[in-house]
Write a new protein. Structure first.
Length: 60
């Protein structure tokens, strides 16, 4: 699962995998920080919906 965070020190939205490896870094203003939370919530809701309809993600 990918985890999104906003790095205030560098001003970047960052995506990291479960091992903590940086997958993507986007330069962004602090006003975009809530976008990281939105991405994380969207990912969780998608997994719940898929699980509800019988699709199981082997990675979780």
């Amino acid at each position: 699962m990918t985890t999104w965070t906003y790095a205030y020190a560098s001003g970047r939205l960052e995506a990291r995998n479960q091992a903590g490896v940086l997958l993507l870094a986007l330069q962004a203003e602090p006003l975009w920080a809530p976008l990281a939370d939105l991405f994380n919530v969207n990912q969780q809701l998608s997994r719940l919906l898929l699980r509800h309809y019988g699709y199981v993600d082997a990675r979780t």
